[in-house]
Design a protein around this ligand. Structure first.
Ligand SMILES: [Zn+2]
Ligand SMILES: [Zn+2]
Length: 306
């Protein structure tokens, strides 16, 4: 732990210079990605030598470090603060609805040894031309079930908040919905859905306007939720080892999500800039919410940019 502190001392210093706004609440502010991103983009557009330097950086860590030293980035990120009150307890639901849940189907041909959610009829391969991909190992008939997997995380489009459950996405009549009493924004179809969603929602509840803003993109929302769903201790203890850790490909395995194909080498500098700023926004949100007082920002950004 001590080593981590030293290693990222510079970054911590930069963060310490930003005002400690963790407990300041702002109820009506513009949380859109463009508001935060535009000044940074404009800065690079006006200074081609800085843009050139950014383009020459080879890793996420270098790019993130470069950005966090820039005043324009610090000024943009410092305004990110929670937009609703701190929540300590699970809100009491008002209506309990009993529903029959459908059981997921069984995999045809049994489970793949390495990828337990895949059928044995499939094989995962990797080539330089095609990257990671799947092929059929045997004849597959119409209607056979090849993948049955619990989603790592899910996200309901904001437009559907008033009409659909934020956990299971069922359309529900408005008078039947159970409200989150904290953010008063998302709704659930039942006590069960509220409870299932709570471990992650209790964090995002306070910063929903940032991660569900239209222009930040749904991948950013999903990335935040994957990190928010992890135990703090798991992230802190393993963050240095993420690259070496083997994914289990079982439901909820963080390393399986972390090691998704990123194709980073193929992306242009403009894309890197947007993703790095997104990562910094998300990392700032994570820090403000529940990693307060201990910065593992840089490593978190690495995970999120993936
Ligand atoms: Zn539901
Ligand atoms: Zn809420």
């Amino acid at each position: 732990m001590e080593e981590q502190h030293q290693k990222f001392e510079e970054l911590d210093d930069a963060l310490a210079d930003w005002a400690d706004l963790g407990e300041i609440i702002q109820e009506s502010k513009d949380c859109s990605f463009q508001t935060i991103y535009s000044p940074i983009r404009a800065f690079f557009a006006a200074d081609s030598s800085q843009w050139e330097k950014f383009g020459q950086l080879k890793s996420h860590k270098e790019r993130i470090q470069f950005l966090t030293r820039m005043k324009v980035v610090q000024n943009s990120l410092v305004d990110i603060v929670p937009t609703s009150e701190k929540v300590h307890e699970e809100p009491k639901p008002t209506i309990e609805r009993k529903r029959q849940r459908k059981e997921p189907p069984q995999l045809s041909h049994g489970a793949n040894k390495m990828y337990p959610n895949l059928s044995k009829a499939l094989e995962v391969k990797r080539t330089s031309a095609e990257g990671r991909h799947m092929i059929a190992k045997q004849k597959i008939l119409p209607g056979e079930v090849l993948i049955v997997e619990q989603a790592q995380t899910t996200s309901l489009f904001r437009d559907f908040y008033p009409t659909h459950c934020a956990n299971c996405f069922r359309r529900v009549e408005e008078e039947e919905l159970v409200n989150c009493i904290s953010c008063k924004t998302v709704k659930f179809c039942s006590e069960t859905c509220l409870r299932n969603s709570w471990p992650v929602h209790k964090y995002e509840c306070r910063i929903l306007d940032y991660i569900d803003s239209k222009d930040i993109g749904h991948m950013a929302t999903l990335a935040f939720r994957i990190v928010a769903a992890q135990e703090f201790s798991f992230i802190v203890e393993n963050v240095e080892k993420f690259d070496e850790m083997e994914p289990s490909y079982e439901d909820g395995d963080y390393i399986s999500a972390y090691k998704q194909e990123s194709n980073m080498a193929l992306r242009p500098s403009g894309d890197h800039l947007k993703r790095c700023v997104t990562a910094l926004i998300l990392a700032r949100l994570v820090k403000v919410l529940y990693f307060h007082g201990f910065s593992i920002l840089l490593e978190l950004c690495n995970g999120i940019v993936h």
